[in-house]
Design a binder for this molecule. Structure first.
Ligand code: NAD
Length: 432
């Protein structure tokens, strides 16, 4: 049986706790509140016995970490991944608490999943695992308690299986139990676009503050998956120009950056990109794109950089390669900038729109799906995207105003607002 591993190398939970301690000092939080928020409220670890296609029984390890739900029901992904480490999951649950609070959603933070590798499992076996997860934890999650969402290697299909199992157990239709479902079966229009659009809404607000018009602003993106594609799309509607995007190449096991100085043609590039966000290298070159080493996305002479691939990409080794023209870094991915590199970026006066704010469009759209499911009344796409714009814009303005008043950068301002909101909710409820 595969278990949740304890990771002894880089520990994301210790890093998240250190970040929390730093902000707790700034807020002068009392000890009981610190003790409460440094650790998850609840952790569920459980066995999921299932029958494999060949008739053998196998036991998988499932988990759900509920960090804090003082502001509302928990929200967070479910991943199917062979390398689940308990501290990665704890860190992600904690970050969800802060992210929801930073953009003022009435939700808490959770994270969960199953230790398994979907590459080695048939769809039927994955369905049994998904249903098994709900059978074990169904009493501790739900629309009023904790609402899961897809994450690594889980999709709308897994969410629907989980919903179906939950409804069988509870003898009721309950579409607000889970988000990320297929549209037409409880899913929300606009969810696909929400994270990438959200990133660009925050860039738009930042440009307004800097009194720069988005027209002819130039941008370079790391990644060309769900987040980057929709961010590029909205950026082009704002009349910005994307000169470079990068992606991972599975066959060559390396990344490439694709550049066109006069600006990429989004539709053209999309037509030669697969479902994993991988651009066909040969076709791109035939279309006149320069194919450069993956790191080149960071070195471009652009105004805006958008890391939207994976974590830990801007480091002290490469921070010096950022072009002097860059004014804004908008973090589409989670934790793409390491703290050492950020010091240099801050000194150079580049504005960082932190992940907590920049990519919060994803959880915001999950919240909208949850609300629509609870009402069993579904909004048009424009209504969803309009509400997303309002939520993201007001979150940006609120965090930026606070940063200005307290002389903080946007990341610290977002953390201070978030942790203060959660701490107050715990204190007002009389928990500490
Ligand atoms: P995705 O799988 O759709 O796309 C990922 C993209 O990154 C692909 O183009 C891939 O080729 C590229 N990539 C992977 N490794 C790379 C590397 N080493 N160098 C360059 N490119 C690389 O993923 P996504 O949904 O677009 O998510 C992107 C990031 O944003 C992830 O870190 C994710 O955790 C974060 N995020 C996503 C959402 C969401 O709603 N999708 C919400 C919040 C945060």
């Amino acid at each position: 049986m595969q278990n949740l591993r304890q990771d002894n190398s880089y520990n994301p939970f210790r890093t998240a706790q250190r970040e929390f301690d730093r902000i707790a000092d700034m807020l002068d939080l009392d000890q009981p509140t610190r003790d409460l928020l440094r650790l998850p409220m609840r952790e569920h670890h459980f066995n999921i016995p299932i029958r494999m296609d060949n008739g053998e029984a196998r036991v998988f390890r499932g988990y759900r970490v509920q960090h804090n739900d003082a502001l509302g029901p928990g929200k967070g992904g479910i991943r199917f991944h062979p390398q689940g480490t308990s501290d990665t999951i704890r860190a992600l649950a904690m970050l969800m608490t802060w992210k929801c609070a930073a953009v003022d959603l009435p939700l808490g933070g959770s994270m969960g999943g199953v230790v398994c590798d979907p590459h080695d499992l048939s769809p039927q076996e994955q369905e049994r695992i998904a249903r098994g997860w709900v059978r074990q934890i169904g009493r501790n999650v739900g629309p009023e308690w904790d609402v899961p969402d897809p994450d690594l290697m889980t999709s709308a299909r897994h969410m629907l299986w989980m919903l179906d199992e939950y409804e069988v157990i509870h003898s009721a239709r309950s579409p607000g139990f889970i988000s990320g479902k297929p549209v037409g079966l409880g899913g929300s229009l606009g969810k696909q676009e929400a994270t990438g659009f959200g990133v660009m809404i925050t860039v738009r607000e930042a440009l307004k503050e800097l009194a720069i018009k988005p027209e002819n602003m130039r941008a370079s993106f790391q990644g060309f998956g769900n987040v980057a594609q929709h961010a590029v799309q909205l950026f082009h509607r704002m009349e910005g120009v994307t000169t470079c995007v990068s992606c991972w190449n599975q066959e060559d096991r390396t990344s490439y950056a694709f550049r066109k100085e006069e600006g990429i043609n989004f539709e053209e590039l999309l037509s030669i990109t697969n479902l994993f966000g991988e651009i066909d290298k040969t076709k791109a070159q035939d279309l006149g794109y320069e194919c450069l080493p993956g790191e080149a996305w960071l070195e471009q002479e652009v105004d805006i950089l958008v890391p939207a691939a994976i974590g830990n990409q801007i480091t002290n080794e490469n921070v010096g390669d950022i072009n002097p023209k860059v004014k804004i870094i908008a973090e589409g991915a989670n934790q793409p900038t390491n703290p050492e590199a950020e010091k240099v970026i801050n000194e150079r006066g580049i504005l960082v729109i932190p992940d907590l704010l920049a990519n919060a469009g994803g959880v915001t759209s999950g919240y909208f799906e949850q609300v629509q499911g609870n009402m069993n009344y579904y909004w048009q796409r424009d209504e969803v995207l309009g509400k997303l714009d309002v939520q993201m814009t007001s979150a940006y303005i609120n965090i930026s105003d606070f940063a200005g008043k307290k002389e903080l950068n946007l990341r610290d301002a977002a953390y201070v607002i978030a942790i203060d909101r959660v701490a107050h909710a715990c204190q007002e409820r009389g928990w500490v």
